[in-house]
Write a protein of this length. Structure first.
Length: 399
């Protein structure tokens, strides 16, 4: 099968997400995978002119050896807001080009604007279209007056898609309210590579690298550093308590990075708040292994966090690490109590909960429960489900 994936983020520079696992595993099973992506990070990079040229990257492999994914990146105008307007034109043309040249058997959309374009192109060419939801994307539009427009476009696409895949039951309820036909919705949680994320991996090398002592209690977070991730509030509470044996190892970059650096400097906490920046995916298991407790301390009022299930949760738990999370509805619904996840009301409560887990000796026991829980979420099983969905959707469109 030839599969065309459309997304509005950077396939190559951003750390692997659910679509990377699925695409590469399908590639290893003999399917041909092509991706149209978007140069999302252009604003953070050195500017070389206001136009970017179309690029093609072949044999991209971010996770699994020998996987081969082709990534096509249409050109854009590198001027704020005009970049999205130019996306409409360049992605419209690129989708048509790929349908003509690549001849996909099915199209999967993961964005807002280009998913709607892909849906229309699929209908024109009698191709099945799947809309894949990991988050409520219109809540991530930075200019809030545009969010209702994004929601409207999503709703139009949901109503017409042949199949909608969501990562949680909460998200299923959300897209149903937007007009997605319930009979076309399928829930497919994120997965985990149990061999790659193995609790037998040692974190001692990483601890030595960052000056973390044997008796230090290390908290860990990885991913894009949004302000609503709650990291700055956790860091401020940590320095306020003056527990120097608590370390906070943060892997990733993003909006909150500068704020975390300011907290470091203002409180002289460079040895406590460790900003590792963006790290290659192959280093992630060792980095998690260096932790005692992993975190998902998102602001519970941030709507974007209510319905999704970040894949990092499964990687934390597979490494036999307990996780402290704020009371996010989808997370609580999926993991409940007693499966290695403990909950707090606010990001500021993470430190007191950490001290409680340390004093009561619960960390190791919770870690064992965490690993046990995620053993049924192996990527092989998730990919089996996705492959069946592709085949069934394709057959239904042909009949």
């Amino acid at each position: 099968m030839r599969l065309l994936i459309i997304q509005e983020t950077d396939w190559i520079q951003r750390n692997p997400l659910q679509q990377h696992h699925l695409a590469e595993m399908l590639s290893l099973r003999g399917h041909e995978i092509r991706v149209i992506d978007y140069e999302l990070l252009w604003r953070t990079q050195e500017k070389k002119g206001i136009f970017s040229r179309r690029q093609t990257f072949t044999n991209i492999c971010k996770i699994y050896n020998n996987a081969k994914v082709t990534v096509v990146r249409p050109g854009i105008i590198k001027i704020p807001w005009l970049d999205y307007i130019s996306l409409l034109f360049s992605h419209h043309g690129e989708i048509a080009r790929q349908i003509k040249e690549f001849k996909p058997g099915i199209i999967v959309g993961m964005g807002i604007l280009n998913s709607y374009l892909a849906l229309k192109a699929a209908r024109k060419n009698n191709l099945p279209f799947i809309y894949y939801w990991m988050d409520v994307l219109h809540w991530l539009i930075p200019f809030k007056p545009f969010q209702p427009l994004g929601k409207f476009i999503e709703s139009r696409t949901l109503r017409q898609a042949d199949k909608i895949i969501v990562v949680s039951d909460r998200l299923k309820e959300f897209v149903t309210k937007l007009g997605a036909p319930p009979e076309r919705i399928e829930v497919a949680t994120p997965g985990i590579s149990l061999k790659r994320f193995n609790p037998a991996i040692s974190g001692e090398t990483v601890r030595r690298q960052y000056g973390i002592k044997k008796d230090d209690v290390t908290l860990f977070f990885m991913g894009w550093l949004y302000h609503f991730s709650g990291l700055e509030k956790v860091a401020l509470e940590m320095v306020r308590t003056k527990r120097e044996n608590i370390k906070f190892l943060i892997v990733g970059d993003g909006d909150a990075f500068d704020g975390l650096q300011r907290i470091q400097k203002e409180h002289g906490a460079q040895n406590q708040i460790i900003l590792a920046g963006h790290r290659p995916y192959e280093e992630i298991p060792g980095l998690i292994a260096a932790a005692d407790i992993c975190l998902l301390p998102a602001d519970p009022t941030a709507k974007i966090m209510h319905d999704g299930l970040p894949g990092k949760i499964f990687e934390y738990l597979a490494m036999q690490k307990p996780m402290i999370a704020t009371k996010l509805p989808a997370v609580m619904r999926e993991f409940g109590e007693g499966n290695g996840v403990v909950y707090v009301e606010r990001p500021q409560d993470v430190i007191s909960k950490t001290l409680e887990l340390v004093s009561t000796g619960q960390i190791e026991k919770l870690g064992l429960k965490a690993r046990q829980y995620v053993e049924n979420y192996d990527w092989e099983k998730i990919t089996d489900q996705f492959e069946r969905t592709l085949e069934e959707t394709n057959n239904e469109r042909q009949t």
